[in-house]
Design a binder for this molecule. Structure first.
Ligand code: SAH
Ligand code: SF4
Ligand code: F3S
Length: 466
């Protein structure tokens, strides 16, 4: 984690340049984009909101479903035009494709979009200064698909980009599980856990810079393990350690795999007050036969058993999940089992997707692909159920007073938006004094995707009553 000592890093302010990063996909990409900005800051690059006035354009991409990938190519087409306009002024912006499409497609991107200057994957962005220098100096294409995460984490500079009250911290990378539908093991590589001491140091820096909430990130975050003072620690032990950091008020982690929900982590939900009572635990399907074909290596009963244990440890825990409909060979009966599982658990929110065949994954070459119209019908049914549950969960909070972390401005004047402990968005008017703080809010309105509330003022109320 030592700052890079390249002489290139001493850049006079006059040489300030503009960096535009567009982020696609998961929170790990959000974290990576912020770190790319950190890596480029010492070279004089400052973030800009528009691609048109940028000197360096980075698309930090996602390969998880076909649509995510298509979006990158259509955005590249648009950016090319903006880039050409910039070229008309005699200035030349560099265009880079990073992230999971970069890793998966490599040189193919340069064939489809030859105006792209640089292609790199999620494990090589610490080399951005060198890539930019080579692209500028040589004018050709630069491709860097190095695959080991450790050198990246070892050479990233300390965070310098602005830090809000809610921060992401990547603790684990990659995946060894090879679910038959998924590209992640091919785009992010093998499972890697960062050392506990590095994570704690980064968490302390984030808190010093204003973070009240930290979400620990990993494709399989609960597979994290690492040497601690008392032997090989699991995520539950790491969370207990981070909870000791004064000033850190909230801890979350995502995304978890059911097989890695060990007893210490489940117990932490009951014992660590700072660990929020909300868990995203993707199950993908409610059918054992589909789960077996997906290579998930867990059954429905196992998943339900974990939820039972979690609810015992923390009775108010709220859950969310991911579902795939129309996995190859999925029958009506198998889909009905997914509907039944959702009915049984009752999720606070969930994400659901039509199966998207991904090149190089085993499920993509199975002959019994489910027709598109069947996938659509199933998705509509499942999403209607998920929405009903989400509305019911939100309504159950009406009249309650709960702590909300205000982390962004709303669209209306004097409106703030924050997060409840259960990841609900909460809108409050006349609240600007509370920006960046955790404040008790009484819930006065409940909608599908958000809650409305008023700042809880016990003293004012007592005075009124008295
Ligand atoms: N590591 C997490 C998921 C990461 S990918 C886990 O194991 O659960 C995020 C979500 O995208 C997955 O949970 C899955 O629901 C969805 N997904 C992944 N590959 C997909 C595909 N080929 N088609 C449709 N959805 C997919
Ligand atoms: Fe993909 Fe499965 Fe790994 Fe999750 S556990 S990242 S779904 S291969
Ligand atoms: Fe997408 Fe890569 Fe994340 S494929 S979901 S950006 S790990």
């Amino acid at each position: 984690m030592s700052p890079c000592a390249s002489p290139l890093f001493f850049v006079p302010p006059l040489l300030s340049k503009k960096l535009y990063i567009k982020t696609y996909g998961c929170q790990m990409n959000v974290y990576d984009s912020a770190r790319m900005a950190d890596v480029m800051a010492p070279l004089g690059y400052r973030p800009t909101e528009t691609a048109t006035d940028a000197d360096l354009i980075i698309l930090n991409t996602c390969h998880i479903r076909e649509k995510a990938e298509e979006k990158v190519y259509s955005d590249l087409g648009r950016i090319r035009k903006a880039h050409a306009r910039k070229e008309g002024t005699g200035e030349r912006a560099l265009i880079a494709v990073g992230g999971c499409v970069g890793q998966a497609e490599g040189e193919e991107i340069l064939r489809r979009a030859p105006y792209v200057d640089m292609v790199f994957g999620p494990q090589s962005y610490h080399n951005l200064p060198d890539m930019v220098m080579r692209a500028q100096r040589d004018g050709g294409h630069v491709v860097n698909l190095d695959f080991a995460p450790q050198p990246k984490f070892d050479s990233l500079p300390d965070q310098s980009s602005p830090q809000g009250p809610s921060a992401f911290l990547s603790v684990q990378e990659g995946c060894d599980k090879f679910c038959t539908f998924c590209v992640v093991p091919y785009t992010r590589g093998a499972e890697y856990s960062r050392p506990a001491a590095d994570i704690e140091a980064e968490a302390r820096r984030l808190v010093e810079r204003g973070a009240l909430e930290i979400t620990l990130l990993g494709q399989n975050v609960n597979a994290w393990h690492g040497a601690g003072e008392t032997g090989d620690w699991t995520l539950g032990q790491l969370i207990r350690r981070l909870a000791e950091i004064s000033g850190l008020e909230r801890i979350r982690y995502m995304t978890s795999h059911p097989r890695d929900m060990d007893d210490s982590l489940i117990a932490a939900h009951g014992e660590v007050e700072k660990l929020m009572p909300f868990l995203h635990l993707p199950v993908q399907s409610g059918s054992d036969s589909v789960l077996a074909r997906m290579n998930r290596k867990h059954k429905v009963d196992f998943y339900l058993g974990i939820i039972e244990k979690l609810s015992k440890a923390r009775p108010d825990i709220a859950l969310s999940s991911d579902f795939i409909v129309g996995f190859p060979g999925e029958t009506d009966i198998e889909f009905a089992a997914t509907m039944k599982l959702v009915e049984t658990v009752g999720f606070a929110q969930s994400y659901s997707f039509k199966y998207s065949p991904r090149p190089g994954t085993p499920a993509a070459i199975v002959e019994e692909q489910v027709p598109e119209e069947v996938k659509t019908e199933r998705l509509v049914q499942l999403q209607a159920l998920i929405t009903r549950q989400q509305v019911a969960f939100n309504r159950s909070k009406l009249g309650q007073t709960m702590p909300v972390l205000f982390d962004r401005a709303g669209k209306l004047e004097d409106q703030l938006i924050g997060k409840s402990q259960y990841m609900q968005s909460v809108h409050v008017r006349d609240a600007s004094a509370y920006s960046g703080k955790i404040v008790d809010v009484t819930i006065t309105g409940a909608y599908q995707n958000s809650l409305a509330g008023e700042i809880h003022q016990p003293h004012a109320r007592r005075q009124n009553v008295g």
